[in-house]
Design a protein around this ligand. Structure first.
Ligand SMILES: [Fe+2]
Ligand SMILES: [Fe+2]
Length: 173
């Protein structure tokens, strides 16, 4: 059984993952509106990843005999000044999520819940990847500012990102 504190914290993280999906979905709509189809595609893939994260947590809470309770998801930002600003926001958001995952891990340690610590290790590693991929786009966009076709090339590159398949049984994938 999960401790009530951990059950509550994991539920909050499910909400945070769903908010991440909503935020990236909103970023995709902005990128579509300025005709950057490749960048929008990248954000759609990111949205799917976040849904996968929420599904993993949902299944884990259930497996441990907890109860998932869904709460309101706050409205995301809807407008940005440039594609660079979008990816800077995404990078900042991933840094924030990393701090949430680290706090969850600290709680699992203080609650002496070993299974949850092992479960959260996947998220700790995933955050390293998440920060690196968002920051990678930020850096390439900054470089592209100097060359006229740069943004076009990045858009083409981002259009090739594979979209993860969200399974109902995320933990078994
Ligand atoms: Fe996530
Ligand atoms: Fe993420």
């Amino acid at each position: 059984m999960l401790s009530p504190k951990l059950e509550e914290a994991l539920n909050q993280q499910i909400n945070a993952e769903l908010y991440s999906a909503y935020l990236y979905f909103s970023m995709a709509t902005y990128l579509s509106s300025i005709d950057l189809a490749g960048c929008a595609h990248w954000m759609h893939a990111q949205t799917q990843e976040e849904l996968l994260h929420s599904s993993k947590m949902y299944e884990y809470v259930n497996e441990r005999g907890g109860r998932v309770v869904l709460n309101a998801i706050k409205a995301p930002k809807t407008q940005w000044a440039s594609p660079l600003e979008v990816f800077e926001d995404a990078y900042r958001h991933e840094q924030h999520v990393t701090s949430l995952i680290n706090s969850l891990m600290e709680l699992a340690i203080s609650e002496k819940d070993h299974a949850t610590q092992i479960f959260l290790q996947w998220f700790v590693s995933e955050q390293v990847e998440e920060e690196a991929s968002a920051n990678g786009v930020v850096q390439r966009m900054k470089l592209a500012q100097a060359s006229p076709g740069g943004l076009f090339m990045i858009d083409k590159e981002l259009s090739t990102r594979p979209v993860p398949f969200v399974l109902a049984t995320a933990n078994k994938a």
